[in-house]
Design a protein around this ligand. Structure first.
Ligand SMILES: Cc1cc2nc3c(=O)[nH]c(=O)nc-3n(C[C@H](O)[C@H](O)[C@H](O)COP(=O)(O)OP(=O)(O)OC[C@H]3O[C@@H](n4cnc5c(N)ncnc54)[C@H](O)[C@@H]3O)c2cc1C
Length: 387
């Protein structure tokens, strides 16, 4: 079944930057043939996972059922069957709440002071806009890249779909001068989009209507601790640690949860201990990817357009070629090295960022200007071998 999914994956080898002054440039994600990221239809992936889940022994899927509250003393969850508008009591044996970033279970546990939870909104929201295929059903831009129009305080991105279309997402401030709140009139929306993204506008015939009618999506980071109450209920996935989407790691992080959770189940007989160990193991990593996802927003909407950043990107790939045991770009550690935990990528990434800034300081403007002997000395002193 996963083989079927592989057939609908669209590989993207880098970020294709659409510069404000015109022209494009490609920033590769990695430097090995397998260092690609993939675009996939969310619907297709969900459907496949659901089909696999349904085939497992003991699994019954109930659609249109909403968790509403829990009585922890009695170990009971109250779930509404929406088709019959009927409230059902279900024994928590235990209950694993995978109800996403807006988790109602998390809010229940927090309001009962069983856990501490925080939701930090980003001042920016997002809207999806569509870029249809051409008359022959083909992509109208390169389909092996993630397209970015970085514009400082906002950006547009576009990811390819298998049917020849792209899904574009505009990330913009919710309030303020150029914002979702202030852009309401057709002429203002048109002016903003056509000045900011002239080449993209040619590919978005329905942009004005979509801008007016599509909802503004919420972006934020969820932090909670602990993720469970005794052996009765636990949060897992986005309900425990939703992050902003700028590293493209939210779902992967949730899949990692499943693998770690499985390992904890194999080790302990009591749910309380399974949940406690799972939380202790995962929290440093989910905190780290939350920080890196926020940082990647600045990188995508602003830093990617700067020549110094582009030099540092090229240098980090060169340093990886020369010192593959010690220097791996942070993006590659996160995206292409599953054996490197997120918290290690964050820590080493900070050391590497300092080093890159030092090596490219002042008048250094090309790789030829880099002092590679100094780079080697510093790398050996500051970065222990990883592999
Ligand atoms: C704009 C955007 C772009 C993203 N891009 C990427 C990307 O490129 N790559 C990536 O890896 N991740 C991405 N993510 C993140 C990814 O979507 C999430 O990390 C992932 O879907 C979380 O999985 P989950 O199962 O924990 O929660 P969800 O996928 O949110 O699923 C939660 C489920 O719980 C159900 N539910 C909610 N409340 C209740 C209730 N009270 N009772 C019963 N059921 C309930 C919902 O209907 C839903 O089915 C993106 C997220 C956003 C917002």
């Amino acid at each position: 079944m996963f083989r079927d999914l592989e057939r609908v994956l669209l590989p993207m080898r880098g970020r294709l930057i659409h510069h404000a002054e015109g022209g494009t440039s490609l920033q590769p994600y990695g430097q090995r043939p397998n260092e690609l990221i993939y675009s996939i239809s969310r619907h297709r992936l969900n459907q496949t996972l659901l089909e696999i889940a349904c085939r497992q022994p003991g699994v019954t899927v109930h659609f249109e059922h909403r968790f509403e509250s829990a009585e922890f003393d009695q170990g009971i969850a109250l779930i509404r069957d929406l088709r019959q508008d009927r409230l059902i009591s279900v024994r928590m044996q235990p209950l694993l709440a995978t109800d996403g970033a807006g988790s109602w279970m998390r809010r229940c546990m927090s309001s009962m002071h069983l856990i501490e939870a925080h939701e930090t909104d980003l001042e920016h929201g997002y809207k999806e806009l569509s870029m249809p295929a051409d008359a022959a059903g083909r992509h109208r831009m390169a389909c092996d890249a993630l397209h970015i129009w970085p514009r400082g305080n906002y950006m547009l991105i576009a990811l390819p779909n298998a049917d020849g279309s792209f899904t574009a997402t505009l990330f913009l401030a919710k309030r303020g001068e150029a914002s979702f709140e202030s852009l309401t009139e057709t002429s203002a929306i048109d002016r903003f989009l056509s000045r900011s993204f002239p080449d993209a506008c040619e590919l978005m015939p329905d942009r004005i209507e979509e801008f007016k009618n599509h909802p503004v999506g919420f972006l934020g980071t969820v932090s909670a601790s602990p993720w469970h109450h005794r052996g009765a209920a636990a949060l897992i996935g986005d309900s425990a640690h939703a992050i902003v989407p700028f590293h493209g790691q939210g779902m992967n992080c949730c899949f990692e949860d499943c693998v770690e959770f499985d390992a904890c189940m194999a080790k302990h007989a009591s749910w309380d201990r399974v949940f406690a160990e799972f939380g202790a193991l995962r929290k440093p990593d989910t905190d780290a990817i939350a920080a890196m996802a926020l940082d990647n927003y600045l990188e995508m909407r602003e830093r990617v357009a700067h020549p110094k950043f582009q030099l540092q990107q090229a240098l980090s790939l060169e340093l990886e070629r020369r010192f593959p045991q010690r220097f791996i770009p942070r993006y590659s550690m996160v995206m292409f090295h599953h054996e490197i935990p997120y918290h290690t990528a964050l820590e080493r990434g900070a050391v590497q960022a300092e080093l890159l800034a030092e090596l490219t300081a002042g008048a250094v403007s090309t790789l030829k200007d880099i002092d590679f002997e100094r780079a080697e000395r510093e790398i050996r002193a500051r970065l222990a071998p990883l592999i």
